[in-house]
Design a protein around this ligand. Structure first.
Ligand code: SF4
Length: 411
C-alpha cells in the first residue's frame, strides 16, 4: 500500500484525527512532538499460544497474515540505523527497545542476543538503553534465561491469575492450558541470579474471576513489578461484562487496589501508581490513564513503521502510518495525525471528557478504547463508567490516608 492509500483509508475509518485534526495549527501554536523513547520490534509474527482475547490474532486487524514470520537482520539493521539517527537528532539520554511478537522467544534466544548486541552498538554511548522482551513465558527454560541474562534483556511475562482462570483464556493451540509451563518459566526467572532479567508480570483483567486470588497468585511469583490491563475494546466492540453488572472492571480493580494499598504497596503496580501519582498532581507513565504524551513506536517484521498494537483492536489498518524503515526516518512518524493525537493530551479529549471533573487523572482512558466506527477516537473511553468508579475509589482511599488537602485532580 502506498502512503496515500494508507492515509485515505485512515481518513475514512477515523475522521478524527486523520481528517479533522489540524497538525499545522498545533505547530503554529507552539506545540512540539515528543521524540520516541520506546521502540517495539516485532521480531516474530506468530505465537505458540491461542489466547481468545489476543488483539493481534483475534480482533479487527488481521495484517499479521501478510507479514514475514520473522524479522530478518537486514530489517533490524535498517530499524536500528533509523533509531540511532533519531536518538542523535533529539539527543535522547535514554530509550527502551522492546522485543515483541507474536511470541518473541520463537525468534530464538541466540538471535535475540545478537539483536540486543546490535542495539547497543547502534546507539550512542550517551544514551542509556534498556532492552525488554514481553513473552507468554511458555519457552522460558534455563538455557534461554541464561542467554537473555548474558545480553541484559529484561523479561516481562503475561499471566492471568490462578491456574483455572489463566488456562481459560491463555491456551495452547490444542486447547490445553499454558499455566504449568509459564509457572515453570517464572520459577527460573525469580532465582536470585536472574534478578536483573525479571522485569515483571502483566495481567489482563477478567471481571468474572476472584480479584484477590488473582493478585495473591501473581504476588507469589515475586515479580519486581505488576500491571493490570483492561481488555481491548471500543464502542463498536464493547467489553464483556458479567450479566447484571455495570462497572465490573472497577469493582475488580478496586478490590485489588484495597488489598495492595492496605499492605503499603508491596510491589509497584503501574496502573495504581499512575492513578495515585495523578491524584497527587504528578504525571502518568502508562497509556491507560493520564494525559502524558505517548512516545511509543512499533516496527513490524517487514520494516513498516506502525503505531501501538493496541489499535489493532479498532479496525483493519488502524496502526498503519504508510512509513517504512527502508525509506523513512522515524521523525516522519511524528507528523502522523494518529501519533500526534496521542501526544497532545487534553487537546485530543472529547467534549464530554473535557467537561468531566476527572479528566486530568483519567485522560479519557486508553486511546484505543475511545474508538467509534466512522467517527474515530474523539470519545470518552468505552470503560468510562469503570474508570470513573475506580478513580473515585482510589481518590477516597488516598484522601483518607493523606488528608484531602494533599490530593487534587479527581473532582
Ligand atoms: S471518566 Fe469518562 S468522561 Fe471522564 S475523562 Fe474518563 S473517559 Fe472521559
Amino acid at each position: 500500500m502506498t502512503y496515500e492509500t494508507v492515509r485515505a483509508a485512515q481518513r475514512a475509518a477515523a475522521p478524527w484525527p486523520y481528517a479533522e485534526l489540524d497538525v499545522r495549527a498545533l505547530h503554529a501554536a507552539g506545540w512540539r512532538p515528543t521524540p520516541f523513547h520506546d521502540v517495539v520490534l516485532k521480531v516474530h509474527q506468530r505465537c505458540n499460544l491461542a489466547c481468545d482475547y489476543c488483539y493481534v490474532y483475534e480482533l479487527a486487524d488481521q495484517s499479521w497474515r501478510g507479514r514475514p514470520v520473522s524479522m530478518t537482520p537486514e530489517v533490524w539493521r535498517a530499524a536500528l540505523a533509523r533509531l540511532g539517527d533519531h536518538v542523535r537528532r533529539h539527543e535522547l539520554s535514554g530509550v527502551r527497545v522492546v522485543l515483541h511478537g507474536g511470541e518473541p522467544l520463537l525468534y530464538g534466544a541466540d538471535r535475540l542476543g545478537e539483536l540486543a548486541q546490535a542495539v547497543r552498538v547502534a546507539l550512542p554511548e550517551s544514551c542509556q538503553v534498556e532492552i525488554g522482551l514481553q513473552t507468554n513465558g511458555v519457552r522460558l527454560d534455563e538455557p534461554t534465561v541464561a542467554t537473555l541474562r548474558q545480553h541484559r534483556i529484561r523479561v516481562g511475562v503475561s499471566v492471568d491469575g490462578v491456574r483455572a482462570d489463566h488456562d481459560r483464556h491463555r491456551r495452547m493451540p490444542n486447547g490445553s492450558g499454558s499455566f504449568a509451563a509459564v509457572a515453570h518459566g517464572l520459577e527460573i526467572l525469580r532465582r536470585p541470579e536472574n534478578s536483573q532479567v525479571y522485569a515483571g508480570i502483566l495481567c489482563t483483567v477478567a471481571p468474572d474471576t476472584d480479584p484477590i486470588a488473582c493478585y495473591e497468585e501473581l504476588l507469589a511469583f515475586q515479580p519486581p513489578a505488576l500491571d493490570f490491563l483492561l481488555p481491548h475494546a471500543n464502542w463498536d466492540q464493547p467489553p464483556w461484562s458479567p450479566p447484571g453488572t455495570s462497572t465490573p472492571y472497577a469493582r475488580w480493580l478496586s478490590a485489588v487496589f484495597d488489598r495492595w494499598f492496605s499492605a503499603g504497596g508491596p510491589v509497584p503496580i503501574k496502573l495504581f501508581d499512575d492513578i495515585v501519582r495523578l491524584i497527587l498532581s504528578g504525571a502518568s507513565h502508562s497509556e491507560q490513564v493520564g494525559l502524558s504524551p505517548s512516545g511509543v513506536l512499533v516496527i513490524e517484521s517487514d520494516g513498516t513503521i506502525e503505531q501501538v498494537d493496541a489499535l489493532k483492536s479498532a479496525y483493519e489498518g488502524a496502526c498503519a502510518t504508510g512509513l517504512d524503515v527502508h525509506h523513512d526516518e522515524l521523525d516522519a512518524a511524528l507528523a502522523d495525525p494518529g501519533i500526534v493525537a496521542r501526544q497532545i493530551g487534553i487537546h485530543a479529549l472529547s467534549p464530554a471528557c473535557l467537561e468531566c471533573g476527572l479528566h486530568r487523572v483519567c485522560g479519557g482512558g486508553h486511546y484505543a478504547h475511545r474508538y467509534r466506527a466512522g467517527r474515530g477516537f474523539r470519545h470518552p473511553s468505552v470503560y468510562c463508567a469503570d474508570l470513573t468508579e475506580l478513580i473515585k475509589h482510589v481518590h477516597t482511599r488516598v484522601a483518607d490516608d493523606l488528608g484531602p488537602a494533599r490530593t487534587s485532580g479527581a473532582g
